[in-house]
Design a protein around this ligand. Structure first.
Ligand SMILES: Nc1ncnc2c1ncn2[C@@H]1O[C@H](COP(=O)(O)OP(=O)(O)OP(=O)(O)O)[C@@H](O)[C@H]1O
Ligand SMILES: [Mg+2]
Length: 249
């Protein structure tokens, strides 16, 4: 059994986390620290165990070995929004919560993601981007000290994705939870995170501090250099420089 403790009250402290499926060791002694309020991005090839690690931090997988210190108040947003179609939007936001002022809390969280006007809508009438914003509101209403995001914008079109990234940047600046963002998008990681981690071979194989002022610009030469480093770490060759036009004399 995984020893889940709450000795890291507002951050994350994982030591030696190992998770085996059958004869496959997916996580092989992961050590991970996230400071309170820190934004960390987690990258790695498909199947390296990113979601497995996130599930362990969320407390959704008790089958690993090792020590996991996480705050009590955690919330998860997945690639698919996981809204219940038979409950109105505001009820989805406060699903599972108790208290007298749930409607007010749901409305406040929906206002933060720009969806106050859709509180009474049915989930099936929302766009993909709106549904993800409701999922974010559902996380926010729990005032998490640790926000776990598993490719939350992976299914969105490019423009909606940029807007959702900006929204997450704003919400993080406002509420300052510790964040672990799983993403395949190197630019997303570098736009949002204080640090990017590369999961490979069952461990955090490399770490890339992102010491750039916010808001960040894709055009910043330091951003470009970091992107190259990170793509290199992922084993993705950057696109070749445009070829010089050939002399035709
Ligand atoms: N419940 C399970 N039973 C058996 N194998 C599993 C289970 N969950 C995950 N795995 C295996 O563990 C490995 C890591 O899975 P995981 O979902 O963590 O990868 P990932 O890094 O999130 O990949 P992706 O980027 O594609 O989402 C995969 O090979 C997967 O098949
Ligand atoms: Mg995954």
């Amino acid at each position: 059994m995984t020893a889940v403790t709450t000795e890291a009250p507002a951050g994350v402290r994982v030591r030696g986390l190992t998770r085996v499926f059958g004869d496959r060791t997916v996580l092989d002694g992961v050590d991970l620290d996230i400071a309170p309020g820190e934004f960390v991005a987690l990258l790695g090839a498909s199947g390296t165990g990113k979601s497995t690690l996130l599930r362990a931090l969320a407390g959704l997988d008790g089958e690993g070995h090792g020590d996991i210190g996480v705050p009590d108040r955690r919330a998860v947003v997945y690639q698919e929004h996981r809204l219940l179609p038979w409950s109105r939007v505001w009820k989805n936001v406060v699903l599972g919560l108790r208290g007298g002022d749930l409607r007010r809390r749901a409305d406040a969280a929906l206002a933060e993601v720009g969806l106050a006007a859709r509180a009474d809508a049915w989930p099936l009438t929302l766009s993909g981007g709106e549904s993800q914003r409701v999922a974010l509101a559902r996380a926010l209403v729990r005032t998490p000290e640790l926000l776990l995001l598993d490719e939350p914008f992976g299914a969105l079109d490019a423009l909606t994705r940029l807007k959702a990234q900006a929204l997450v940047a704003d919400l993080w600046a406002e509420h300052r939870p510790a964040v672990l963002l799983v993403t395949h998008d190197v630019e997303e990681a570098l736009l949002l995170a204080d640090r990017a981690l590369l999961l490979s071979g069952g461990r955090i194989a490399r770490e890339y501090p992102v010491a750039l002022p916010r808001p960040r610009s894709l055009e910043d030469p330091r951003f470009t250099a970091l992107r190259r480093d990170l793509l290199d770490g992922l084993g993705v060759a950057p696109p070749p420089a445009p070829a010089e036009p050939e002399e035709t004399t």
